[in-house]
Structure formats: C-alpha cells, structure tokens
Write a new protein. Structure first.
Length: 214
C-alpha cells in the first residue's frame, strides 16, 4: 500500500515553521530535506534546526556530499528513516551500518542517471530506496515516469525493500506511481502551493488508493 509523504524543503527558519504548522493538522509521514550547498546547489535549513511534532513519522533526505559529517546530529533527532545519496564519495555500506546501529532505518537515493545494478551491495543492505526524479534542492520538477523501470530492477536485488519516489508527484501521476509499486510518494509543490494543503493531501491519498485500471 502506498502513502503520501508531504515534503518540507526550507531555506529559512520562518519558512520551516510555516511548513510544520501547515502540515501538522493532517500529515502522518513527512519527508524533510536538508542540503549542504555542495551536493545540491542551495543551502537548506540544517539538521541542527530541525524539529517536528512527536506524532510524525519523519524521513530525512540528506542531500549532502559527506553524510558521515551529519550522521551524529541526524541520529540524535531519532527520525524514522535517514536517506543519503548513492552518488556520494564515502563508504556507503559503513553509513548504512551506522544508521541501523542507532535503531533507525537506512535509505539510499538514486539520481536519474544512477543504475541500480551499480550499487547492488548497498541496495541489499538498506530498508528503503528512493528514486529521485526531481531537481536537487527544489520543489516541483517533472516526474520522469521512465524511472519506474528502476522499481523492477531494485526489487530484483532486494525484494523486501521499501520504494520511495521524489520529484514531480501530482494528482495526474500519483495513481500511476502507486500502481508501479512505489510505496512512499514524497510530495512537495503539489501540497505546499495548493490553496488548501489539507485538501490536496486528502485528494492525493484518495487517488493512490482508488480501484481500477490505468
């Protein structure tokens, strides 16, 4: 079963607070982006400034060049899941081991050009693989549905792994993504820029759970 996870992508403390306040009445699982201005082109609010309601199940997407430098603070926040990028130049298996040792789920994100077979060893270790179809550090973007082919390739390596999608999710493609075996649809602009974010979230949730054929 698929779930909708609203995304928080904030450059300032005020914007972060506004996002938390907006999502609190309805959100259950939330995806929070951090960025170091190196792996992604812009600086987002750092892990030292993050907080959230205790009821939330939080996934942190670390768009950082050196996750090892951020892990201590991220682990201290006790999120549900920490996702780092497959493309970092660090020991990815060691990162997974550190995250899991803290009792937190570990995930890896794949940029559009990254082929699952090139990191089969890591995919076998993680709890979550996120297919990244957006633009680093920005809301919106276009969901490249050709990337859905990666779901089959990832599941062939680790059948039990949870699949996430980040980038361009909206009411027009959410059902297709859910039917393509994406478990977690991370949604930024389609909720944040909606006239009624709660209504947009409800509509997306209804869409991915509808019965029928594509």
């Amino acid at each position: 079963m698929a779930v909708i996870a609203p995304t928080i992508l904030s450059e300032t403390a005020d914007d972060y607070k506004a996002s938390v306040d907006s999502l609190t009445p309805f959100a259950q699982r939330v995806h929070i982006d951090i960025s170091d201005g190196e792996f992604a082109p812009n600086f987002l609010l750092g892990e030292g400034q993050l907080y959230w309601p205790k009821e939330w199940q939080v996934d942190i997407h670390a768009m950082v060049a050196r996750p090892s430098e951020h892990l201590a603070q991220l682990v201290a926040l006790k999120p549900n899941l920490i996702i780092f990028h497959a493309e970092v130049q660090e020991d990815r298996a060691a990162l997974v081991t550190q995250i899991k040792a803290a009792g937190i789920k570990a995930g890896v994100a794949l940029l559009r050009t990254t082929v699952p077979s090139t990191l089969a060893d890591v995919i076998k270790l993680v709890d979550h693989v996120m297919i990244f179809s957006g633009e680093l550090g920005k809301n919106g973007g276009t969901a490249s549905l050709m990337q859905l082919e990666k779901v089959r390739l990832i599941k062939a390596i680790n059948p039990a792994v949870e699949i996430g999608w980040d980038g361009g999710v909206n009411i027009e493609n959410a059902y297709t993504l859910a039917q393509g075996n994406v478990n977690v649809l991370n949604v930024g602009g389609a909720i944040k820029t909606a006239a009624d974010p709660a209504e947009a979230y409800a509509a997306l949730t209804k869409e991915i759970n509808k019965h029928g054929v594509i």
